[in-house]
Design a protein around this ligand. Structure first.
Ligand SMILES: Nc1ncnc2c1ncn2[C@@H]1O[C@H](COP(=O)(O)OP(=O)(O)O)[C@@H](O)[C@H]1O
Ligand SMILES: [Mg+2]
Length: 314
């Protein structure tokens, strides 16, 4: 089993403290880094992948209980364990999908060895399999300039898997995808996560709500909290409510509470609405408590500032 251990990792850019004293131990499974833009997700991935140095702290890797080695000292040895889809991947538009995979295999110095095959034949078999798995086999000879955003994202994931890495970093892998493509990518990531550490940065809750074994909440570079989707949602128990009221009362509630959703009740001409909101205490006599979800937790922590009460449920 592989293990990735981060110890007190710290990084500033000038006066911006992008990552503060980050410690965590990753084992095989899907982990989510959840936080809004600027919370430090990409910085963390760049440090794990050795693209930027941390100011202090260490990133250690071990396999099958062997001694931990600093990934910085491991150099290329760690690169072979690593698959990385950066937030803004560069694709060479004139390359075909197939050429791009070969090019990345060269860059990563993938040594072909699989099912008795060696060398280029084995690399070729690996590329075939990866393109099949992300559904790009049919268009493998098309230039990258002609394929859709969803296809590019899938190609980005396929290249991250070259060389069968044990640590996979995916920085916003579903950015710019439509809901159907998002579901496909999500399912694919679940499929590859077995025996591997998959770390997925996102601010989209539905991407990770079902699949992540641990969700790491990053707020201004600080690991504010972590837990399963259910554990985090449960922290909001007793703080999420629905209230039935007249439409013209919406503003009154929105001024006092964090409103999560509003839906019409009855026929379209009805003036009654149901409001879902967050409140530390029962907000009105007729308010009913509802089962909280991860989104409620997220919005309580990160919802826009306002006079209303973000409260501490950590
Ligand atoms: N190369 C850089 N130079 C200066 N500031 C940076 C740089 N990269 C990131 N930052 C800042 O560090 C913070 C964290 O950024 P980032 O790690 O990209 O967050 P996220 O990926 O969660 O959006 C932000 O305030 C961002 O503006
Ligand atoms: Mg980012």
């Amino acid at each position: 089993m592989v293990r990735l251990l981060l110890k007190a990792v710290d990084k500033s850019y000038g006066s911006v403290h992008a990552l503060c004293d980050f410690s965590y131990s990753f084992e095989p499974g899907i982990y989510a880094l959840l936080g809004p833009n600027g919370s430090g997700k990409s910085t963390l991935m760049n440090i794990i992948s050795n693209n930027i140095p941390a100011d202090s702290g260490s990133v250690l890797f071990s396999r099958d209980g062997s001694a931990e080695a600093d990934v910085f000292d491991m150099g290329d040895l760690f690169r072979q364990e690593l698959g990385y889809l950066p937030q803004d991947p560069t694709f060479y538009p004139s390359f075909s999908v197939n050429q791009f995979m070969w090019y990345m295999a060269e860059l990563k110095r993938v040594r072909g060895q699989s099912r008795g095959k060696t060398g280029r034949l084995a690399i070729s078999a690996q590329i075939d399999q990866l393109l099949r798995e992300v559904d790009l086999e049919q268009i493998r000879h098309q230039p990258i300039s002609s394929i859709s955003g969803g296809m590019k994202q899938r190609l980005g994931i396929a290249q991250a898997l070259l060389g069968n890495p044990t640590v996979i970093l995916l920085d916003e892998p579903t950015a710019g995808l439509d809901p159907m493509q998002r579901v496909n990518i999500r399912n694919y990531i679940s499929k590859i996560a077995k025996d591997r550490i998959v770390i997925l940065a996102t601010h989209i809750i539905s991407d990770i709500e079902q699949s992540a074994k641990d969700i790491l909440i990053l707020k201004n570079g600080i690991l504010a909290n972590h837990g399963s989707s259910r554990e985090l949602a449960n922290r909001m128990q007793g703080h999420v409510w629905t209230i039935q009221t007249r439409e013209n009362q919406i503003n009154t509630f929105a001024n006092r509470f964090r409103v999560i959703g509003i839906s019409q009740i009855g026929d379209p001409n009805s003036e009654m609405v149901s409001i879902r909101l967050i409140a530390a205490e029962k907000p009105t006599e007729n308010a009913l408590p509802v089962q909280p979800g991860l989104e409620d937790y997220y919005l309580n922590i990160f919802g826009s500032q306002g006079s209303y009460n973000t409260f501490d449920v950590s």
